[in-house]
Design a protein around this ligand. Structure first.
Ligand SMILES: C[S@@+](CC[C@H](N)C(=O)[O-])C[C@H]1O[C@@H](n2cnc3c(N)ncnc32)[C@H](O)[C@@H]1O
Length: 298
């Protein structure tokens, strides 16, 4: 399982106060087997701080219940309705992180969905989520010490002479104002050249990571057994989104398309309660089971 955070052995090493916060977040987390629009209509206005979600991409993914190939205009209108509900339930200083991918034959879909949101939110950042990358020794030059070409992460092979394999997706970061202050250093990266810390008058060895995030999936042995969902993201992705928004000002996280609960795992790990919806009861039960296993050992 892809448990970058929330691993049980890591839990046991956490200080008592942190584990208490996590236990409270778990107790207040709610996973609902419901259509997300119906579910969100029951939430109070401005009652969530961060929304992180990956909706169906309408590219024919084989979910257990949901049919992922509806007419394009129906799909886009549905996404717009989802966006409107998110706006209603999100507070004015909230962040909405929308993860969207595509298939090689239909590369426009993430941008078409983003365009639906354009009428509702401001697009504050576009983050590229890189799932795998190949680096050539010659390109790295003086910056690193690699002695050979390397590839990190998994690229799903495609049988085509026309299209390149897809090893990235988008995370569109929407806000209401378009200029929300972020906690960039919470997902920052260390300076390569340490002399820059002094030169730029920085207190810490941390700099802006930028808008390309390399988050590989963990290696699994058999997809059916260990990743029982065809389109999940690693928990590290929502973890980074919550941190970027600023953990201290997040009381509630929402994922309208929860799948197997990776947003909830990230959220609870950070001591924040989460509300999740999924139309599929199997995924909801699986999420509950995972949360209990990770955070209580039951
Ligand atoms: C791309 S997946 C989300 C995966 C999730 N991010 C994870 O890491 O497991 C989209 C999910 O939306 C769910 N879904 C489809 N229609 C829905 C609806 N109307 N309301 C709520 N969930 C829905 C599907 O069952 C599927 O699990």
């Amino acid at each position: 399982m892809q448990q970058d955070i929330g691993d049980r052995d890591k839990m046991e090493k956490r200080p008592y106060a942190e584990n208490r916060k996590i236990a409270k977040a778990l107790l207040n987390t709610r996973i609902w087997n419901s259509d997300c629009i119906i579910g969100m209509k029951k939430l109070r206005p401005k009652s969530v701080d961060v929304v992180i979600t990956s909706p169906p991409y309408n590219i024919g993914t084989q979910y257990k219940t949901y049919k992922d190939n509806i007419g394009r205009s129906d799909y886009l209108s549905w996404m717009k309705e989802v966006g409107s509900q998110i706006k209603r339930v999100m507070n004015d200083d909230g962040s909405f992180f929308l993860n969207m991918g595509s298939k090689p034959t239909d590369p426009w879909v993430p941008w078409e969905v983003a365009m639906q949101m354009r009428e509702i939110f401001s697009l504050q950042n576009v983050i590229i989520w890189v799932k795998s990358i190949s680096i050539s020794r010659n390109d790295v030059g003086n910056y690193g010490k690699i002695t050979d070409d390397i590839s990190v992460g998994h690229l799903k092979p495609i049988n085509s002479n026309t299209y390149l394999g897809k090893n990235h997706e988008y995370i569109f970061h929407f806000t209401k104002s378009g200029h929300l202050n972020l906690d960039k250093l919470s997902v920052g990266t260390k300076y390569q050249d340490k002399s820059n810390i002094k030169r730029f008058h920085k207190e810490k060895d941390l700099r802006d990571r930028g808008d390309v995030w390399f988050i590989p999936y963990k290696t699994i042995r058999s997809s059916g057994q260990e990743r029982p969902h065809p389109a999940s993201f690693p928990p590290k992705l929502p973890e980074m989104c919550i941190k970027l928004h600023g953990v201290e000002r997040v009381k509630t996280v929402l994922d309208p398309f929860m799948g197997i609960g990776n947003t909830a795992i990230a959220s609870v790990s950070l001591g924040i309660k989460c509300i999740g919806f999924d139309i599929d009861n199997y995924y909801c039960e699986y999420t509950e089971k995972r949360l209990n296993e990770i955070f209580t050992g039951n």
